[in-house]
Design a binder for this molecule. Structure first.
Ligand code: PEP
Ligand code: MN
Length: 346
């Protein structure tokens, strides 16, 4: 995991002993470059553990000094920033429930302006809104903060699935395209919400060339005061990081390179064919549009489309395409056909 930023530590600082113990075990792995712990916890419902507060800042600073690792914590308002700066923090992250709120983000940006900051990491907002995430980056940039990174922690989903927060990988990758110099860190803990799929999500992040991982670890995960189900011990983290394969971007082996190039060329030929066929499909849609116009028939015939869609769907499934892809593809195809028909009819 050379060149990757590995941030680990408990979801929440609970006691001085727990923070130090976690730090020692993590440092012993030799694989962790930064210690995390939440001091103020933004909880969905009141009554859950809301963090130890100010007293925990010193625990984390001291633990970092003891094992010679930098430390990072979450700040959600100007009081947090002031207290953390006074305690000696130089690394901060902005939580998902804060990124959604431009007033809060602006307040934090204003209170960090002009301070000595090594790293500021902005978590994605809980809702899948890339613009809101970008807006937060811009607010901190405008406050003169140089070393900004982002943390992908997944997005709240309406439908239940195997994740606590759906990854929606295309959103962080889109952000990375727009801000190529910004460090992109994956937080598999909050994406997964469970231990058994942490490794596959971490591997995927590495395959997508993320710059690092933030993973919640606790000496006794089952007894953690927050996010118990997703935390792992530093020992398990060590094994997990051993397992992760760092795939090379460019292959040393020229034969592999050539083979890959060949396969990519084949993909290009097929993609071009698909577009040619789609072009022809739209020509036919326009002919249908012309016929409908002559005979005064409406464009949209929902019942008819439902039957067509079912038939195409089944055909696609039999070809090994996924339900998710087919649903999106068929809807897009239908919309594009309607656009072509409308063009002819108006
Ligand atoms: C956390 O990192 O413990 C946390 C509160 O995360 P998020 O803001 O992603 O929910
Ligand atoms: Mn947590």
């Amino acid at each position: 995991m050379k060149n990757k930023l590995i941030i680990a530590g408990p979801c929440s600082a609970e006691t001085e002993k727990q923070v130090l113990k976690t730090a020692e075990l993590l440092a012993a792995t030799g694989k962790v470059n930064m210690l995390r712990a939440g001091i103020w916890k933004p909880r969905t419902r009141p009554g859950s553990f809301e963090g130890v507060g100010e007293i925990g800042l010193k625990w984390l600073i001291d633990a970092g000094k003891a094992v010679n690792l930098p430390v990072i914590t979450e700040v959600a308002n100007r009081d947090h920033v002031k207290l953390a700066l006074d305690a000696g923090f130089k690394n901060f992250w902005i939580g998902a429930r804060t990124t959604v709120n431009p007033f809060a983000v602006q307040e934090i940006a204003d209170s960090l302006e002009g301070k000595e900051i090594d790293l500021l990491l902005i978590k994605n907002p809980i809702n899948p809104d890339l613009q809101l995430w970008i807006g937060a980056i811009e607010r901190f940039q405008a406050a003169g903060i140089k070393n900004i990174g982002v943390i992908h922690r997944g997005f709240s989903a309406f439908k239940t699935n195997k994740y606590r927060n759906e990854p929606l990988w295309e959103i962080p990758l889109n952000l990375k395209q727009q801000f190529p110099d910004i460090k992109l860190i994956c937080d598999p803990s909050h994406i997964c919400g469970r231990r058994d799929i942490l490794e596959e999500v971490s591997q995927k992040a590495m395959d997508l060339e993320y710059d690092g991982l933030m993973i919640e670890t606790h000496p006794k995960p089952d007894e953690a005061w927050s996010d118990a189900q997703q935390q792992i011990t530093p020992e398990v983290l060590n094994v997990m990081l051993e397992h992760i394969v760092m795939r090379q971007k460019t292959w040393e082996n020229p034969e592999t390179n050539e083979h890959l190039e060949l396969l990519r060329n084949q993909l290009q030929v097929l993609d071009h064919q698909v577009f040619e066929i789609l072009g022809k499909r739209m020509e036919i849609a326009e002919k249908i549009g012309a016929l409908k116009k002559q005979n005064n028939i409406t464009i949209l015939q929902s019942e008819k489309w439902k039957l067509v869609k079912e038939e195409r769907f089944q055909f696609g499934i039999n070809k090994g395409l996924t339900e998710k892809f087919l649903t999106r593809y068929l809807d897009a195809l239908h919309q594009e056909s309607i656009r072509h028909q409308t063009k002819v009819m108006n």
